[in-house]
Design a protein around this ligand. Structure first.
Ligand SMILES: [Ca+2]
Length: 198
């Protein structure tokens, strides 16, 4: 008895309605943010900026992680050396309209980070809310736990930003270094920043 040697292409056609259903029932929704939010740094700074020039976008060398988490570009506090003492610098994301979530839905900022901090130094995720009444950006507010000590590898950090449902915000990664030059280290590196609704 001969076995069939070819299979019709129609065998593998999946109706579009089935694909949509599969996506709709997944637990993670990638948020459509305006303007486009890019967190992989592969195209450079794009919609990111930094106050004080300590944060850089590119490829780590000399110190820090052996490579970016993904691709060839990431952000870090001085890519090719230790951060200097007594210099504070904040990596700032684009102005983003956070989605409105209700019930048990939560907004999370997730990113990969690699860090090596000296005693007294740490990294901190912050959020600043746009006030449409005063047309001013609000003060930076710390969110999530501080980044301290040494990661030893790229690790996933998750910060709950559900409190900013419906707000227009900027996210920041604050690198504050104390005046002690003895305790400087490699610093904080980040890659693949995402904002998602769970
Ligand atoms: Ca990257």
């Amino acid at each position: 008895m001969a076995l069939p040697l070819s299979i019709s292409a129609e065998t593998f056609v999946i109706p579009f309605s089935d694909i949509r259903q599969a996506i709709d029932t997944s637990e993670v929704t990638v948020v459509d943010i305006t303007p486009t939010f890019t967190g992989d740094f592969e195209a450079g700074w794009v919609d990111w900026s930094a106050d004080v020039g300590l944060w850089e976008v590119g490829t780590p060398s000399v110190v820090g992680p052996p490579s970016c988490f993904a691709g060839t570009q990431c952000a870090g506090t001085v890519l090719d050396g230790n951060y200097p003492a007594n210099t504070t610098s904040r990596l700032v994301g684009a102005s983003m309209q956070m989605p409105v979530v209700t019930g048990f839905d939560e907004i999370h900022m997730r990113f990969q980070n690699w860090f090596a901090y000296g005693s007294g130094d740490s990294g901190q995720v912050q959020v600043s809310v746009w006030d449409s009444g005063t047309l001013m950006r609000g003060a930076w507010v710390n969110e999530g736990s501080a980044v301290v000590n040494v990661s030893g590898a790229w690790t996933l950090k998750d910060v709950d930003l559900t409190a900013y449902s419906g707000e227009r915000v900027r996210i920041g990664l604050l690198h504050p270094a104390d005046p002690s030059g003895i305790t400087v280290s490699n610093g904080w590196y980040t890659d693949d920043v995402t904002i998602s609704v769970f």
